[in-house]
Design a protein around this ligand. Structure first.
Ligand code: ZN
Length: 179
């Protein structure tokens, strides 16, 4: 296994659409190794989730895990979940504000609304159909990772003045603002 390089905000790979993984490719050594490496990379950086575009691979794969995570001390545990070709559906119009960060935007966090309840349909690491229904923090994680597969980063959803402040904080003093 290996720790992969995580793309930072400003890298064009974070802005591209990821392609579905063909069914016959899921069980290949290459895909299985990528998933193993994504899990290891997420854990190394204490992330609650990681999407393939964040490690420079434009495929619809993401991993999620919240388990005694020091970045999210208040969050309930979510077991390791691998989602391939996932489609997210909001199950309620009700939204909840919550704090979010991203391994591609090191440093700051921001509060933003997400659907309180969501469902994801996809396939798992063995290519078997999987459906997950989640609420609260888990639903937030799912929506955050699904966005990455569409080239969306959570900062896009913030009001402009909040986003500008957050990006300045991420860039540091004298740093260049990412786009
Ligand atoms: Zn992210």
């Amino acid at each position: 296994m290996a720790i992969l390089k995580v793309a930072r905000l400003g890298h064009p790979v974070l802005r591209q659409l990821s392609a579905p993984v063909p069914r016959g490719q899921i069980r290949t050594a290459e895909t299985q190794r990528l998933i193993d490496d994504m899990v290891e990379t997420m854990r190394e950086y204490n992330g609650a989730g990681l999407a393939a575009p964040q490690v420079h691979v434009l495929q619809q794969i993401c991993v999620i895990e919240v388990h005694g995570n020091p970045r999210y001390p208040e969050a309930p545990a979510i077991p390791l979940t691998v989602l391939i070709n996932p489609v997210v559906t909001a199950l309620t119009e009700e939204t909840e504000d919550g704090w979010e960060g991203c391994l591609s935007v090191p440093g700051p966090y921001a509060e933003l609304p997400r659907a309180f309840r969501a469902r994801v349909d996809g396939v798992d690491i063995d290519g078997r159909p999987v459906t997950i229904e989640a609420t609260g923090m888990a639903a937030r994680c799912l929506q955050h990772e699904m966005d990455h597969l569409e080239g969306i980063v959570y900062v896009d959803k913030l009001p402009e003045e909040v986003r500008d402040r957050l990006l300045a904080e991420a860039a540091g003093p004298g740093g260049e603002l990412p786009a």
